[in-house]
Design a protein. Structure first.
Length: 366
């Protein structure tokens, strides 16, 4: 039987980056300095430059980045924040930590991103403090449109870029459009650490400074606490050094992901499978997600052929048990329909052309 094709394979990624990563780890080990030091500062500079933003502040993970970034923008207890319910509940989790309320907006059935018209209606109702836009699966949203809609209500826009490192339209990268933006460097992300990591990027110096304080107990200087809501959420030197070693390779990895995604979209031809359209640099193919009304049967067929798949995400936020009692939530028919029909195919830079061909073959012969 043919080898299994996994949904991702970080051991291949590790061997392709081993030399550079090992040198970084050894440098940090020998330095005797492990938290908030030279590599952290250098990574913040390099990643801000990469994103085209003035500031970057490293934090412990991508969910903290959403929480601390929003707090720095003034979101807190009782705030109302527009978000989608199909993006893995990370923003909703961050909002719960802030004591803020999610205002769920349904998504577009094709892009699977927040529907700007529906956002417009929520903005017109008033009473909204911010909107979090998630560039889901690696597709940079139409930020011009989102910013235009949000500006009608004077609402701050925050970008969740945890799946969209490097996505670019007209020369502008994900994270450079909103008032602030969050990134995750969880190992499977397009830019991944050897553990948890995250960052907030922003063009507003006061917001960057507030996140800097919030990530370290609220300290303005050592042992002097000037902002409330602070805690320990630091990116350590080991992770920063590893991320510095990988950052120069990110655009190449994204190009390979995009190449695989484009091939899927062109070559998968089946009446019961709907593929995303072929995208340019605005898509970094974090996940390649098809839609089928017969999702479970397709999934079982592929598993039988040793092609592993996943569902991102099976339970929309408003259906999560812990949120049910806070409802009733407004209807989100597109979100619900997608949750029952989406399927993620293997798509990562180290996947071989032969493996991609096998995935296509097994779908087309279903
Ligand atoms: C992974 C992810 C996060 C959270 O990142 P962590 O580092 O795991 O906390 C947030 N938003 C999206 C869309 C993600 O995919």
């Amino acid at each position: 039987m043919a080898d299994r094709i996994a949904i991702n394979d970080l051991s291949r990624h590790a061997s392709s980056t081993e030399t550079a990563v090992r040198a970084s780890v050894e440098r940090v080990l020998a330095s005797g300095w492990y938290v908030l030091g030279r590599d952290g500062e250098a990574f913040e500079r390099e990643f801000a430059e990469y994103c085209g933003t003035d500031h970057c502040v490293g934090v412990a993970n991508g969910t903290d980045a959403i929480e601390l970034g929003l707090r720095a923008l003034g979101v807190g207890a009782g705030s109302r924040v527009a978000t989608v319910a199909n993006a893995g509940s990370y923003t909703t989790t961050a909002l719960a930590a802030l004591g803020a309320h999610p205002v769920f907006v349904d998504v577009d059935p094709d892009t699977k991103l927040m529907d700007p018209d529906r956002l417009g209606r929520v903005v017109e109702e008033g009473n909204l403090d911010a909107v979090v836009v998630t560039h889901l699966f690696g597709l940079l949203h139409d930020m011009e449109e989102i910013l235009r809609v949000a500006s009608r209500g004077g609402v701050a826009v925050f970008e969740d870029c945890a799946q969209a490192h490097g996505a670019r339209r007209d020369g502008r990268r994900a994270g450079s459009f909103g008032a602030a933006a969050s990134f995750s460097f969880y190992p499977t992300k397009n830019l991944g650490a050897l553990g948890d990591g995250g960052a907030v990027v922003t063009g507003i110096p006061e917001v960057a400074e507030r996140v800097r304080r919030l990530r370290q107990y609220g300290w303005e200087s050592k042992y002097r606490i000037s902002v409330r809501g602070g805690r320990n959420s630091r990116l350590d030197e080991l992770q920063a050094a590893v991320l510095r070693a990988k950052l120069p390779l990110l655009d190449g990895w994204n190009a390979r992901r995009r190449e695989i995604a484009a091939r899927y979209s062109r070559e998968i031809v089946h009446p019961k499978v709907r593929c995303p359209e072929v995208h340019g640099e605005e898509f970094v193919a974090h996940l390649y997600v098809v839609v089928s009304d017969d999702r479970e049967a397709l999934r079982a067929h592929l598993a039988e052929a040793s092609v592993l798949t996943d569902v991102h995400y099976p339970v929309p936020d408003h259906r999560q048990p812990c949120l049910a009692e806070l409802g009733p939530w407004p209807g989100l028919p597109v979100t619900d329909e997608l949750a029952a029909s989406i399927l993620t195919l293997p798509c990562y830079p180290e996947l071989s052309d032969e493996e991609v061909a096998r995935v296509i073959f097994h779908i087309n012969t279903w």
